[in-house]
Design a binder for this molecule. Structure first.
Ligand SMILES: CCCCCCCCCCCC/C=C/CC(=O)SCCNC(=O)CCNC(=O)[C@H](O)C(C)(C)COP(=O)(O)OP(=O)(O)OC[C@H]1O[C@@H](n2cnc3c(N)ncnc32)[C@H](O)[C@@H]1OP(=O)(O)O
Length: 277
């Protein structure tokens, strides 16, 4: 059961309720006046997406949906990184059961995030490679601080971005740009990402980032919510259905590939390289 601990109630002009999932991997703050939720990933040092973080995100998304959340900002407690993407240790020499459970939770979390009826904005306050970029791309709007990197870099690691990661990118930056970026496993600076439309706005610092995120939600929350969400889900349904109808095949693809000696070798070298940095 999703147990939430109420940590603090501030009686300021705009009352804010702070919650922490019992794991503390996700900090959830809900503004009592506006209902706007801030979901802050909190798995130091780099918010790598392991099973536990994905599960905490999933539970938080279910809670927000049940409570008819009007809008959500996704951000990170790390100063350097929004999310470092999938936790490489989940894919390095896992058991079959562990790998299956991990991939299935990744699917659950993405499906929930990509299909929220309420508006979502990624306040990207740090680097956002691979699965981190997927999270950002799954929100409706992306705002990023300067001088950070974002993109689907899987090719550079000797692995392949799953089809639904690729589809998300294609939906945002178009076929040609996505093809070039994915083949190269290209990471974009914040400024380059703005130029190709991978992010929508740049912010000067964290404060400006959060202000811009709230401004986006204010605008969206002024629209009739049902009409808004029908259009949103309509645009996303093909990409969603492809995964929802092909979940088992997607898990099989992951399991078939992740245990390949070449893939394990690439992962091992990459983990070593990161540790030596
Ligand atoms: C032959 C091909 C056939 C077909 C193959 C199909 C393949 C099957 C399907 C598989 C699909 C898999 C899809 C994967 C998507 C992903 O998300 S993969 C993850 C990609 N992520 C990255 O490349 C990011 C790596 N990290 C970084 O670049 C940097 O850490 C950073 C820029 C995010 C932050 O830099 P900095 O602030 O300087 O921190 P660091 O000192 O680098 O790191 C701190 C600490 O964290 C550890 N770490 C970093 N990233 C990860 C990660 N993703 N997972 C686990 N751990 C990570 C890093 O090792 C450091 O650890 P220590 O403190 O040294 O212990």
């Amino acid at each position: 059961m999703f147990v939430l601990r109420q940590c603090l109630t501030l009686g300021t002009k705009s009352s804010i309720r702070n919650f922490s999932a019992t794991t503390n991997l996700v900090n959830l703050t809900i503004n009592e006046d506006t209902g706007v939720a801030i979901m802050e990933l909190n798995k130091p040092p780099v918010n790598s997406l392991n099973y536990e973080l994905l599960e905490a995100m999933h539970r938080t998304l279910v809670k927000l949906e049940n409570e008819k959340c009007p809008g959500m900002i996704l951000t990170s407690s790390s100063r350097s990184t929004f999310s470092a993407g999938l936790d490489l240790l989940e894919m390095y020499k896992p058991t079959v059961d562990k790998a299956r459970r991990f991939w299935s939770m990744l699917q659950n979390t993405w499906i929930k995030l990509y299909s929220t009826p309420y508006p979502t904005v990624a306040a990207i306050n740090g680097h956002s490679p691979a699965g981190g970029c997927l999270l950002a791309m799954s929100c409706e709007h992306r705002i990023m601080v300067p001088d950070k990197m974002i993109g689907l870099n899987e090719t550079q690691l000797g692995i392949v971005a799953p089809q639904w990661f690729q589809d998300c990118m294609r939906n945002i930056i178009g076929e040609r740009q996505a093809e070039k970026a994915l083949i190269a496993g290209r990471m974009f600076t914040s400024e380059e990402a703005l130029k190709i439309g991978l992010v929508d706005e740049l912010a000067t610092d964290k404060e400006d980032l959060m202000q811009k995120a709230h401004d986006f939600l204010d605008e969206q929350m002024g629209l009739p919510p049902l009409a808004r969400s029908v259009v949103k889900v309509g645009f996303r349904k093909d990409t969603l259905s492809k995964l929802i109808n092909g979940r088992e095949a997607d898990i099989k693809m992951f399991l078939d590939n992740v245990f390949q000696p070449k893939v394990q070798e690439s992962l091992e070298n990459y983990i070593q390289m990161l540790k030596k940095k």
